[in-house]
Write a protein that binds this ligand. Structure first.
Ligand SMILES: [Zn+2]
Length: 65
């Protein structure tokens, strides 16, 4: 059973398909927020991966040449 917490009033909504908060009536913006959160999280991981990779790669290049 999926529960979702309203970002406006903090109440837990047990209705999985609810688009509006039952308590304060604000839009939950669930799909967009969840999607953006996931993209932001994964992209930050990718950015860190490339930063570490670039550091290691430049270190290897410096040691070779
Ligand atoms: Zn609410």
């Amino acid at each position: 059973m999926a529960e979702y917490q309203c970002p406006h009033c903090g109440m837990v909504i047990s209705d999985e398909d609810a688009l509006l908060c039952h308590f304060c009536g604000e839009s939950l913006q669930r799909a967009g927020k969840g999607f953006l959160g996931r993209v932001k999280y994964s992209s930050s991981k990718v950015v860190w991966f490339f930063v570490i990779f670039a550091v290691i790669f430049s270190f290897i290049l410096l040691t070779i040449f």
